[in-house]
Write a protein that binds this ligand. Sequence first.
Ligand code: UVW
Length: 319
Amino acid sequence: AETPDTPPVSEILKDAPNNWGKWGPDDEVGSLNYLGPEQVVAAAGLIRSGKVFTLQRLIGDPKGDPVWPGRTPAVRTQVMDEATWDSDDAPQFPGGLHYADDKIEAFLQGSTQYDALGHVWYDGKIWNGFDARSTVGGMDKASVEPIAQRGIVGRAVLLDMARYRGKDALDNAETFTHEDLQACAKEQGTEIRPRDILLIRTNYLKHFFDLGDKFYENFTEPGLFFSNELVQWFADMEIPNLVTDTIANEITYDPNNGAALVLHNALMRNLGVTFTEIADLEELAADSADDGVYDVFYAAAPIKIAQGSGAPVNPLAIK
Ligand code: UVW
């Protein structure tokens, strides 16, 4: 974990590439600009068998909802149900209408979600150089709203790192690189192409379901970790969207310097790569192991929330 020798992230990223200004000074969707009509039409050609997979984790799963430490799982509260209508002061509707109502209280960064590009920052600047003060009291710049207005559609490639490593699930703090992703793709008989959405499976959250609250002791997820080469690869490959089945999409503490979530800043803040976290890739991965098809048509419509730092989503992968 973090040590007193941990350098500031600005120092760690001083030579790393940056896409600010690439799509103009007002841009709030970053690398999603790589997904235009051409990519959507090409991705539609991947629909061959008509199999549909939903990639959202169940909110309110009785087995538990994994969230980043310090956040709490969504709580659904029943407001109206059949018992409501037994009461003397229950509203009356012509014709005897009864209905159920409920509400949820949820971290927008909990459950399966899209992060706004302004979700993380350093040196007082969020994506595209917007002032981090624009996050105060609700995000006025680079919130999830423009991402949700746009939607995300394209070719996605599943990279089953757990299967590639011959494991049921990756281990605490286990690392991999972009070269490992390419080797995994090769072994799967597929390739990562420019402008692909990456779906990385670790099955790490199996440990959450196995361990319960003990999962949060010594919390260090597995994942990609920072190097200039890795960030340059994301930039060169014009990767629009990183989707994983872990809570934070990357190694928790950088193995080289102990800094927390360095790729959030290197990829999201600096390159404008959109992050999608806590996806459920299990059914898709099982099917892909069976039919050998790892490239899919991907479509995601995060919920439109004004000024949100993130938004729940149920992405679809279609073969
Ligand atoms: C943090 O914001 C700390 O993580 P995440 O992006 O995974 O929600």
